[in-house]
Ligand binder design. Structure first.
Ligand code: C2O
Ligand code: CU
Length: 463
């Protein structure tokens, strides 16, 4: 007969045995590790306590991953968080199995478990990686980092800076992250917006520069929902890439630069401010400019400025052909506060808007809330897809397509720059087109993460 004590001991043995694979795995990861874990960092000014964040390798932002175009990334992700997670490599035209979407491309990685990410980066540019499970919470807690793929031939610059912009919702007394990640108000309005804005985790980031120095600024918007409206002061600049992809011609930064959640912009800037002055990356808020990053100038890098920069070299296989016979689909976005949605399908059932509010679900795509069993569009590999999107809501949305870049089809049937995230304002109808050349199941969702969590998510299939 088994005694209670033996049973307990057996139980303990079983648990120990269960724990072994994770421990053994941790001891011998296949690749270099990328470990998601809680950590404490000084985020608020030094008079405040440190903030508990979740970070890759305990850092915030996580380690910068930098490699040559065409190289292979191999990372053993290890989850030391109290909840399941996964890593998404935003903007990479990646092998679908490595895209990091739980329930679509892989199972969520449970605490103590790992997942080996192994893929090739085909395109040079500015990308980023972030958690893709319970993203509203996990990205807000700090689980992101820059992924930089270098051109085979570096552009003519003096130096470069990666600037990850984010806003944090902190308790004003304790400087701890507000743990209400499912707020009804945030979900039904503009998303979770922070009260503390930082760059690379620093509210007072200051980078010393010289007059006439030429910098490449790689801007990444990692915020849950904030749209950054930026301009430059004491510098002259050109946008040379958007969402990682080079523009065919550098575009002078004359007015403001709008970067929605998930989006990136690469600028080449020349410091025009004189020694002793300070140049700024300026954030525009309510018609006022505040410094996002300060660039104090001391000395001179060169006697004269260079001329306008050359475009960055284009990435491979980027044509959009077959527009005439494109498979077309339409996406109607509805919902949120002050919207037009009075009923939608949730988990296969028709619900009134009031019932949806009770379920804390607010946004529909073509009348359905959240993921459907069947994709929005399914095409064989190589087809061209044209997607007409109508934002029938009162809020902006940042629509992100996984696995492929698209171009906007403008009114005069011209094609805009390649992007992976489209920022759309209320009432707008916009059309995007892309060649579905990457097989797999690809998410298409709003990168205002509270919106994605309350309905704005669908997927496409390339077979
Ligand atoms: Cu940057 Cu689906 O995410
Ligand atoms: Cu949205």
């Amino acid at each position: 007969m088994t005694t209670r004590r033996e049973f307990l001991e057996q139980g303990a043995a079983t648990i120990a045995a269960l724990a072994v694979p994770a421990l053994a795995r941790a001891a011998t990861p296949r690749f270099a590790e990328l470990k998601a874990r809680p950590a404490r960092v000084q985020l608020a000014p030094p008079t405040y306590p440190k903030t508990e964040i979740w970070g890759y390798d305990g850092a915030m932002p996580g380690p910068e991953l930098r490699m040559a175009q065409g190289a292979r990334i191999q990372r053993s992700f290890l989850n030391e968080l109290p909840q399941a997670s996964s890593v998404h490599w935003h903007g990479i035209r990646i092998d679908n199995a490595m895209d990091g979407v739980p329930g679509l491309t892989q199972p969520a990685v449970e605490p103590g478990q790992g997942f080996d990410y192994d893929f090739v980066v085909p395109d040079a540019g500015t990308y980023w990686y972030h958690a893709h499970n319970r993203s509203t919470e996990q990205v807000a807690r700090g689980l992101y980092g820059a992924l930089i793929v270098e051109e085979p031939e570096a552009p003519d610059i003096d130096r470069e800076e990666v600037l990850i912009l984010d806003d944090w919702l902190l308790d004003p007394e304790t400087a701890q992250i507000d743990p209400d990640f499912t707020s009804r108000h945030d979900r039904s309005h503009a998303g979770r917006r922070g009260n503390f804005i930082a760059t690379n985790g620093r509210f007072d980031l200051s980078l010393d520069v010289k007059q006439n120095e030429r910098l490449r600024l790689r801007l990444i918007n990692a915020a849950n929902a904030r749209i950054f409206v930026l301009s430059i002061f004491g510098m002259e600049g050109w946008t040379v890439a958007l969402d990682g992809m080079p523009l065919s011609e550098p575009k002078p930064v004359s007015e403001v630069l709008i970067i929605g959640p998930g989006q990136r912009a690469d600028l080449i800037v020349d410091v025009t401010a004189a020694s002793g002055e300070t140049a700024h990356l300026v954030r525009v808020e309510d018609q006022e400019g505040v410094s996002q990053v300060a660039f104090p100038v001391s000395g001179r890098a060169a006697a004269a400025r260079r001329g306008s920069p050359h475009p960055l070299p284009p990435n491979p296989r980027m044509d959009i052909s077959g527009m005439e016979k494109a498979v077309t689909a339409r996406l109607n976005m509805q919902g949120g506060a002050m919207g037009t949605l009075d009923a939608a399908t949730l988990d296969g059932e028709r619900k009134s808007f009031r019932q949806l509010v009770e379920a804390n679900q607010f946004w529909s795509f073509n009348g359905t809330i959240g993921m459907t069993d069947t994709p929005l569009v399914s095409v064989p590999v190589g087809e061209t897809i044209k997607l007409e999107i109508y934002n029938d809501t009162s809020f902006p949305h940042a629509m992100h397509l996984h696995g492929m870049h698209f171009r906007e089809v403008t009114k005069d049937a011209a094609l805009g720059p390649f992007r992976d995230t489209l920022l759309m304002f209320g009432g707008e109808t916009r059309t995007i087109a892309f060649v579905a050349d990457n097989p797999g199941k690809w998410l298409f969702h709003c990168h205002m993460l509270s919106h994605a969590a309350s309905g704005m998510m669908t997927w496409l299939e390339v077979t």
